[in-house]
Design a protein around this ligand. Structure first.
Ligand code: IMP
Length: 429
C-alpha cells in the first residue's frame, strides 16, 4: 500500500496546500476528506497563484483523480466558481470526482451561521461564515441533503421542500424572512446540472487503488486543534480534520493508512477565538504576521501569531499518529531574534501532566518556554539541510526530539522548489 494522509498539526493554515501540491506529482488520487470552503489552500506555481477552498490542491496534475470525499460539506456555487477559475488558468487539470455522500451547503446554512454568531455576542466562535457548522448540524440531525440527492431531480425537489419548511421556521425565530422554495430550487437545479457529470460512487475505486499499491493521498483541511472532538471545543470547526477523519470521510479503514505527515509552521497561528497559550500580542507577534503575511486566505482576517507550542505539537503527533513532521515557513522566523518554544504548561505553579480537554480548564494555564537562538538573512535559497544556518538546523532537531517525531520535509518558501525532502521513506510508507 502507498497511502498518505496530510494533516494540519496545529490550528490550520499550516501551508498544507503547498505540500499537497508538491507531493501530488507522484499521486494518482488526491482525496479531500473533511470540511468545505472554510478551508483556504494556496498553491504557487511559477507566476500563478491558486487559492483552493474546495478542490483538492492536487488537481493541478493531469494524472491525478481529485476527489471531494463524502465527509465534506460542499457549497455548489463556490465549487463551480473555483473550477471555472482553475480551468481558465490551467485547462489541463486532473479528473474531478465528487462523492454523492458529501453534504450540500445551502444559503440557509450560511444565514444561520451568521445569525447564530451574532446571537453569541461576545462568545463568538469566529467562524468563517461559510455555513459549515449549520450544514454539519443538519447532517448529524439527519436533515442534511447530500450531493447524490441534489443531482436526482425528483428526490431533490422532495427533500428540499421538506427541509426548507423546517429551516424557514428556524429563520423566522431569528426574525429573518423565509427563503423562497422556487428560487432556491431553480438555483440549485442549475448547479446540479453542472455538477452531475462529476458525481460518482468513488469509495470502491479508492479501496481498489489502495489494494493495488497505487499512490493515494488524503488531504486534510483545517487543523488538529480545530477538530470537533480533539480541538479546543467549542472554538472548533464542525468536522474531523485529524488523520482518523480520512477514514470517516472516504471509506478506507485505519489499517489502509501507511503514512501520516503532520504539517506545522515553525511558529503558531490561529484564526478566530479560543485558547492560544503561546500567542504574542506584542511587536514580535506583529513582526511574524507581517513577515509571514498571516492574513486568512478565506476571510482575509489577520491571524493571531505566537511561538511554536511544542506541548501542543507533541499531543497532535500522538492524536494523529504522525509518521513525520512537515515543518513549514522556517524562512518567516529569519530576523526575529531569539526564539521561544513552549515545552510545558503550568497552572497554579504546577506543571500539567495532561492535555486539558474542556475550554474552562485552559483558564490560568501558562506556557513554560525554552529559548533557542534564532537566525537571520534570506534562507530561501537553501536546498539541503546543511545549507541552513546552524541555529535553524538546531531548531529543527529540537522540535523532532521534543515531539518524538522526525522531520520528513522542510519548507522555506512558498514555491515548489523551496522544499527539502529529508526523509523520502516517510512519505508513502
Ligand atoms: P467554521 O469552520 O467556519 O465553522 O469556523 C470555526 C473555527 O475554525 C473558526 O475559528 C475559524 O476561524 C476556524 N477555521 C475554519 N476553517 C479554517 C481554516 O481553514 N484555517 C484556519 N482556521 C479555520
Amino acid at each position: 500500500m502507498a497511502t498518505l494522509v496530510i494533516v494540519g498539526a496545529q490550528w490550520g493554515d499550516e501551508a498544507k496546500g503547498k505540500i499537497v501540491d508538491v507531493l501530488s506529482a507522484d499521486a494518482l488520487y488526491v482525496v479531500r476528506y473533511s470540511g468545505g470552503n472554510n478551508a483556504g489552500h494556496t498553491v504557487i506555481v511559477g507566476e500563478d497563484t491558486f487559492k483552493f477552498h474546495l478542490l483538492p490542491a492536487g488537481i493541478l496534475y493531469p494524472q491525478v483523480t481529485a476527489v471531494l470525499g463524502g465527509g465534506m460539506a460542499i457549497c455548489p456555487k463556490s465549487l463551480l466558481e473555483e473550477l471555472d477559475r482553475t480551468i481558465a488558468k490551467r485547462p489541463e487539470i486532473g479528473n474531478l470526482v465528487v462523492s454523492p455522500a458529501a453534504h450540500v451547503v445551502f444559503p440557509y446554512h450560511r444565514l444561520l451561521d451568521q445569525l447564530e454568531e451574532e446571537a453569541r455576542g461576545l462568545n463568538k466562535i469566529g467562524t468563517t461564515s461559510r455555513g459549515i457548522g449549520p450544514c454539519y448540524t443538519d447532517k448529524v440531525q439527519r436533515n442534511g441533503i447530500r450531493i447524490g440527492e441534489m443531482v436526482e431531480p425528483i428526490v431533490f425537489e422532495r427533500r428540499l421542500r421538506e427541509v426548507l419548511a423546517v429551516k424557514n421556521q428556524l429563520l423566522s425565530m431569528f426574525g429573518h424572512p423565509a427563503l423562497d422554495f422556487d428560487e432556491l430550487h431553480t438555483e440549485f437545479q442549475a448547479y446540479a446540472d453542472r455538477i452531475r457529470p462529476y458525481v460518482r460512487n468513488i469509495e470502491t475505486d479508492i479501496q481498489n487503488a489502495v489494494r493495488k499499491g497505487e499512490r493515494v493521498m488524503f488531504e486534510g483541511a483545517q487543523g488538529t486543534f480545530l477538530d470537533l472532538d480533539h480541538g479546543t471545543y467549542p472554538y472548533v470547526t464542525s468536522s474531523h480534520p485529524v488523520s482518523a477523519g480520512a477514514c470517516l470521510g472516504t471509506g478506507i479503514g485505519p489499517r489502509d493508512i501507511n503514512s501520516v505527515l503532520g504539517v506545522c509552521k515553525a511558529y503558531t497561528t490561529r484564526v478566530g477565538s479560543g485558547p492560544f497559550l503561546s500567542e504574542l500580542t506584542n511587536e514580535i507577534g506583529n513582526q511574524i504576521r507581517e513577515q509571514g503575511q498571516e492574513f486568512g486566505t478565506t476571510t482575509g482576517r489577520p491571524r493571531r501569531c505566537g511561538w511554536l507550542d511544542l506541548v501542543a505539537l507533541r499531543h497532535s503527533s500522538r492524536v494523529n499518529s504522525l509518521s513525520g513532521l512537515v515543518l513549514t515557513r522556517i524562512d518567516v522566523l529569519s530576523g526575529v531574534g531569539d526564539l521561544q518554544v513552549a515545552t510545558a504548561y503550568k497552572k497554579d505553579g504546577n506543571v500539567l501532566d495532561h492535555w486539558p480537554s474542556c475550554v474552562h480548564e485552559w483558564e490560568g494555564v501558562e506556557p513554560v518556554y525554552e529559548t533557542l537562538p534564532g537566525w537571520s538573512g534570506d534562507i530561501r535559497g537553501a536546498r539541503k539541510f546543511e545549507d541552513l544556518p546552524q541555529t535553524a538546523q538546531n531548531y529543527v532537531r529540537f522540535v523532532e526530539k521534543f515531539t518524538e517525531t522526525p522531520a520528513a520535509i522542510l519548507s522555506i518558501g512558498p514555491d515548489r522548489a523551496e522544499t527539502m525532502i529529508l526523509r523520502p521513506d516517510l512519505i508513502w510508507g
